[in-house]
Design a protein around this ligand. Sequence first.
Ligand code: SF4
Length: 487
Amino acid sequence: MSHPLWSGDFYNEGTGKDDIFDTLKEECGVFGVYGHSDAASLSYYGLHSLQHRGEESCGMCVADGKEFNYHRGMGLVKEVFDKERMASLVGNMSIGHVRYSTSGDSRLANAQPLIFKYRDGDLAIATNGNIVNAPQIRHELEQSGSIFQTTSDTEVVAHLIARSSKDVVEAAKDALARIVGGYAFLIMTNDKLLVASDPHGLRPITMGKLGESYIFSSESCALETIGAELLRDIQPGELLVLDKDGLKEDRYTEPQRKALCAMEYIYFARPDSDLNGSNLHASRKRMGSRMALEAFVDADIVTGVPDSSISAAIGYAEQTGIPYELGLIKNKYTGRTFIQPSQELREKGVKMKLSAVRGVVEGQRVVMIDDSIVRGTTCLRIVNLLREAGATEVHVRITSPPFKNPCYYGIDTPDRKELIASNKTVEEICREINADSLAFLSPEGLISAVGGDNASDPSGGLCLACFNNDYPTTLDFDGEEKAGCGC
Ligand code: SF4
């Protein structure tokens, strides 16, 4: 079968549909410290390790027992916090945030942590996730006089806490019990740090210890960076309270069906992080190995789309005996750019983010491992990069089931009508992405690879809603306006 080569623009920097990585966007990352004299420095390094979860803005609020010192800005951690700024962030308790935001909503007012003054003092909140019923609660609060400063869902929780006559712990419990969604919250007052996970544990948050200090992070890789020991994941419905009396392990609701976001395993989290006791690199290798068992194809080399699919490609190669090769290289130094290439350069195929390695793929039958297909445009471009570099066959293996439904729990996904798997068969997608063959990992294969085989829970403790439309929470809103990230 002969395939026409891609004849459109190859410019692949930028965002949206022009971005060769128009895949799913990470949500946000949170990092908290309790009981360390240099909480700000620890947070700096922690947030830096979580940078892949959000590059648009970041912030940190530090408490010294009397007042808050904080700073937020647009940009990367290393850009927003310089030496002078760090010197001003004095205190032994802190919460920090890195944020990805959907376009049009990328403004400083929404950068977190959000900071408020309320009846009992200062309140800072940082969150990762999305509150499905935030619009309804916000509407109710506005009707009764609340004035919102931001468009962030997180502010809804601040208002619920501030309007309560109870102490902050009880007020936070009531607030968390009212909201529906997928989230991890860090809430700080002048003398307390509260940490909460949603009733399904959709968004990850881990607890570690550094000496006598407690550390909280969206991913365990940030604990490793600062030399902290990983203690455990925060459980669904838990509310931890840290204050002068130490750590109190409480909860605001009973846990419901465990439904940790499967895309964290597949794509978002760093390979050096652990989720639910499993290392991500090892889990992804098992996905690749399982993929090989489910959809073997005879080929000369296996290559993974960097960075998230390299582990799975190694697993596929180990299982099949087909050598793993670096057929695709990602340029690490892309980031934001102010220079748009001219039309002439675009037509010449300026490839700023990803290149195929001609010396590796030329004349070879290639198995290309990727983590997901969203619109299909990314995959088409990468398949064509390989073909242009001389690959004789390109067989695409996707280490997730077909992505058919939008996410309402903090992942920025296109509308269902833009999700190619929602509208086309596997054969049609294969033709659309110009591949010689295409296969997706089965849901059972995914569950087994992440160690979730459990007769009493067919979903293996995972949220699989973007694959099987089985959303763990109620979605009591009209249309799809609350999809994505509400941080
Ligand atoms: S719908 Fe998909 S992306 Fe969203 S939380 Fe569930 S598994 Fe993750």
